[in-house]
Structure formats: C-alpha cells, structure tokens
Design a protein around this ligand. Sequence first.
Ligand code: PGA
Length: 257
Amino acid sequence: MRRKIIAGNWKMNLTLQEAESLADALIKDDFTGNGTEMIVAPPYIYLQWLASKRKTLPNLQVAAQNCSEHNAGAYTGEVSAVMLASLGVNYCITGHSERRSIFGETGTMLAAKVNRLLENKLGPIFCCGETLPQRESKRHKETVKDQLQDGLFHLDALSLEKCILAYEPVWAIGTGVTASPQQAQEMHEFIRSVLSEKYTKEVAGRIPILYGGSVTASNAADLFSCPDVDGALVGGASLKADEFKKILQAMNSKNHA
Ligand code: PGA
C-alpha cells in the first residue's frame, strides 16, 4: 500500500505569532489518522521551533522549503542539508516551480540538492510540472519527463524510494485554477510509467506522487479519488487550519491502493 501524504507549504508567509496560532490549531486535535501523514514546511527560521512541536504531535513531520547544494562553506545566506538534519527536519521540498523560475534553479543544481539531502538522511519532496505554454503546445509530458531525468534519474532505486514526488502544474499554483481530476490522473499515471520504465513497475508503484496547485477543501476529495494521486502539496490552503484539516480528512477517507 502506498503512503498517503498531505504536505503544507507555508512559503514566505506568517509572522512567528501567526505561525504559533496556526501550529496550535493544527496540534489541538490530531487529525491525521487512517494512515495519512502530515508534513508542514515553514520558512527556515521556524523549523527548529516547529520540529519541537512533535513532542505533542508525533505524526507531524517537518520539511524545509529549500536547501543548498553544498554541505558547508562560504555561501552567505544559504542553509545546508547538514544543518537541517541537525534540527531533526525530515524532508525538504526540491525543485518547486518558484525556485526554478524566480531563483533560476536548474536540473543540475536540483540533482546536487537531492544528493545532499539523501546523504544527510532527509527525504526530498521533488516537484515537477509544466507551464501553461508548455501544456498548450502539448509539451507537458516531455517537460515533466525531462525534469525527472535531470533531477532524479541519477539515483539508484533504493535512493529513489526515499523521495516523494509532487506534480505541480505551474498554471495551477496560486492561481485558483486546479487541474481537473482527469488531467491530474493522466499526469500521475504518466509519471509512474516513466518511473516504471527507468526503474521497475514495483518501484514505481511504491513512490508517493502528490498533486499540487490550488488544492482546497472543496476540490480535494475529487482529486484524491484518482488512483495515482497519493496526497497533496498544499500552498495557500495550508495557512488556514480548518481548510488544511478538511484536506487531511479527505485523504483519510481514501481507501488507498
Ligand atoms: P497553492 O500552492 O496550493 O497555493 O496553489 C501549491 C504549491 O506551490 O505547492
């Protein structure tokens, strides 16, 4: 049975006080259950504090939103996987489209980040997804395949299985436009077939693939009804405890393959 995962990406939002009330609301009732894992990715400076909350909510896992491709050295402003591991962080989002487009992260850089994370026993949450022009020119599958190839396919099967994948069409991120369940299923199935070709059907069948892009409490259940959608990477809606909780509950209701 594949893991079911709901991950919240707070991006560059919330003051410490706001983060505290959101975390308190998340911790108040443990609404993970039926096997759904909850991952929260706050800004770097809240990571240690959020990781300490696991004493009250052991089901909470903590992710960074980025890391350096280097382990240490003269890289002002950067944070390494070694540092994240020393705080007890479990995962790190890698290759988010905002990092790719705003900060110019390339496939080569992402492959190095994935390596640093795995060396330090952190799980990469590796994002891929096409822009609107790429979809409109029917290059969405090719784009996603290239992203997987460049960032992940240097890994052996054992290392790949430590990763979580997230399909996030760029045109759906923060726009309020969600991929239809059919579009999401088509791409998740495609990603699994690409993994299957490169590794094996069994390996591909074990990798969780999350959907990301304007997931809300009202569209979550439809998206989660797709057989190859194993959860969500949630941006905006993860900033509201009630909304995030409903998304987790929608995943809980899924009887997974
Ligand atoms: P969104 O962001 O849910 O606000 O669209 C998703 C993401 O960027 O991971």
